[in-house]
Design a protein around this ligand. Structure first.
Ligand code: MLT
Ligand code: MN
Ligand code: ZN
Length: 304
């Protein structure tokens, strides 16, 4: 299985357009410190890729990888579809950016689809431009990403009921949906037996996630904030990391202690520009390295 890390930043990116903090200013001065919004591409066959999440950077992210470039026919694209882990704006605004597509396949859970259709009116907005096919993200057993193929399979693991702020008030159609506002996706390649778990938004760490993480060969998870106080300390919010819907990395109940015992390759993504980890020289990198945990960077290629 082949994965391309297309971006590793939380909402806003690094640099964030209206931010002059040391991380954002540093990234303006030193382009290698830039991070695009968190996203991943998974290869499902020769010249076939699915993107996990559609960020505001999606156009540049596609351009950044020759594997994702169109051709040989003028409007032939290797981007076969989009998989969404949640309905947050940093993971969905890029859908409209792909409106030039002949057709667009979007794989998402029911609550995510409802947020996009009922709150963002994305169905109405895109209908005059392209034909969008909505497909359910399977939750009770894996399905091949390419229908009727023996290739990479996908399954969602419900993580939390954290809704985007813009969808705070829409009713849940179905009580069983509440946990599927945010999911982790498990990608499994029957050919190699390899599996990866991608969970860029973790408000909780349910047992099923721990089980999936223990079985995976590679785990890429939410590394938005280093510790619970970071949003308060840096003045970006009056809520802790946990209250903002992102389990911190460090401290009791943090994600590092969940990842530490796993045998999988483990990486953090979705870094906020307030995180000490966005500084390549920060001592926190060494602390993670001692646990065998990496910080993903844009352009990383992961072969499993
Ligand atoms: C999040 O990860 O909590 C959201 O993307 C926040 C946002 O809307 O920027
Ligand atoms: Mn986000
Ligand atoms: Zn900043």
């Amino acid at each position: 299985m082949l994965l391309l890390v297309l971006g590793t930043a939380a909402g806003g990116g690094i640099p964030q357009w209206n931010c002059a903090c040391p991380a954002c200013s540093g990234a303006r001065a030193q382009p290698h410190r830039r991070r695009r919004h968190a996203s991943l591409a998974v290869r499902t066959g020769e010249g076939r890729w699915y993107l996990v999440n559609a960020t505001p950077d999606i156009g540049d992210q596609i351009e950044s990888r020759p594997e994702l470039h169109p051709g040989p026919r003028p409007r032939q694209t290797p981007v076969a579809g989009l998989i969404l882990t949640d309905a947050e704006l940093d993971h969905t605004l890029g859908i409209a950016r792909l409106r030039e597509a002949d057709r667009l396949q979007v794989i998402a859970t029911a609550p995510v689809r409802r947020a996009l259709l009922d709150c963002l009116r994305l169905g109405d907005v895109l209908a005059p431009y392209t034909s969008v096919t909505w497909r359910d993200l399977p939750r009770r057993g894996a399905e091949p990403l390419e229908r009727a193929s023996s290739g990479v399979r996908i399954c969602a693991i419900p993580v939390s009921g954290k809704r985007p702020r813009y969808a705070a008030r829409i009713p849940d159609d179905d009580a069983s949906d509440t946990g599927a506002w945010v999911v982790a996706v498990r990608l499994y390649d029957p050919a190699s037996g390899a599996s990866a778990l991608y969970a860029p938004a973790l408000a909780a760490w349910p047992d099923r996630l721990q089980q999936a993480a223990a079985e995976a060969d590679c785990v890429i998870v939410d590394g938005t904030f280093w510790d619970d106080e970071e949003p308060l300390r840096t003045g970006i919010s009056d809520r802790t990391a946990t209250a903002m819907g992102h389990l911190p990395i460090d401290g009791p109940g943090g994600t590092a202690e969940r990842l530490a015992p796993l045998s999988a390759r483990r990486l953090y993504t979705h870094l906020n520009n307030t995180s000490p980890l966005v500084d390549p020289d920060a001592p926190q990198h060494k602390r993670l390295a001692r646990l065998g945990i990496e910080v993903a960077h844009d352009g990383m290629v992961i072969e499993l």
